[in-house]
Design a protein around this ligand. Sequence first.
Ligand SMILES: [Zn+2]
Length: 471
Amino acid sequence: MSLRFQNTLTGQREEFVPLDGRRVRMYTCGPTVYNYAHIGNYRTFVFQDILRRYLKYKGYELLHVMNITDVDDKIIRDSKAAGLSLREFTDRFAHAFLEDMAALRIDRPEYIARATEHIPEMVELIQRLEARGLTYRTDGSIYFRIAAFPGYGKIARLDLEGIRAGARVEVDEYEKEHPSDFALWKAPKPGEPSWDTALGPGRPGWHIECSAMSMKYLGESFDIHTGGTDLVFPHHANEIAQSEGATGKPFVKYWLHCEHLMVEGKKMSKSQGNVYSLRDLREKGYRPDAIRYVFASVPYRKQLNFTWDGLQQAAASLERLRNFRLRLQTAALPEGQNETLAATIRAAVTGFEEGMDDDLNTAAAMGVVFETVRNLNIHADKGELRTGNAKAALDLLTRFDSVFQVLEPSAAASGAGGDSGLAAKVEALLPQRAEARKRKDFAAADRIRGELQALGVVVEDTKDGVRWKKV
Ligand SMILES: [Zn+2]
């Protein structure tokens, strides 16, 4: 089956066909770095990471750009309050954002583009729009005239007449011709950062940065644009107007939007006191692997209700998967393969891919894998699992994890050399312990067991062989 996406632009489920063969060009609206990003933001970034990883799974190459908005009203306000330069202030949160991305195993896009490093590209794009008669100037600012761009707001199914009628009173007090006209370039204000450019002094509006930076790295037309659903209007409507207004070409083929996250059934808001950053959750003792799992478990176009119970269940689900993997890796199984179980595992691989192909239905894809693991555990208890089946089941888990990235436990906060460092130490100690027991050197075996305990690892001797796990 082929990969299909629900396209916000058309409102249709469409087969994914990249513009340029096997290479997918993709843009994601990144964070505005005036604070720590909250978990609703990270849900969107985990979604776009799962999309990235599944595109790679399907054999595509990726060219992916994410912006960092490092100049806007809130940043200017808060950097002043902190007594820091724009750059010092935004560096702090941009750095924290990259750390959080790494903790959540969100792959770095090929380009991370900062707005303030692309002012010349934005100026050039605004000049192109001016040359095409799509702008007007008021008091040193430059606005996009939406009345001059037919089809404005199509992505949001907008009724512009309705907006005009409803906003008539405000328009009279406003310097804009239409309430939805938006600033491409903002005139300088005393005490605010400003750039001297061919357009005159000032700073860019927010929308122009995404059009300028995406087209710089990806070309005038590209495949996929992602973002949170709150960005559809006006941000993405404006990106389309700017880019297509300047080039006369279709800007983006597939628009994918990730739904909101609720916390315990409530919208996140400052007044509710339920706006959590990743750091807040880590301080409460929750691990990034379980948080990523919760984000991944609900398809991106569905609202996600984030609950503390859900986080606990996620940790338990991951534990079940890890225990099963350990069983497959360590069990002493008869050679060959059970044909019925082989067929079950083949069907699971197909089911996993069908789920993901269906507009990234992560719930369906995960469900297939969990059901198969449950089933195989029962057959393993009956002694029916053979080495060939274990190999195929491990391959299923590898496929699952190449997209979801949750099977390796997140490092504990104290972090003793990271997970791979721990695994290497344990794998080195286990054969020594087995040797010691074989030659009945129980003092040595006990000493090695003590070393493993010091690493926070428990060793179990089962009828299938030796297993270990972190506690
Ligand atoms: Zn954007």
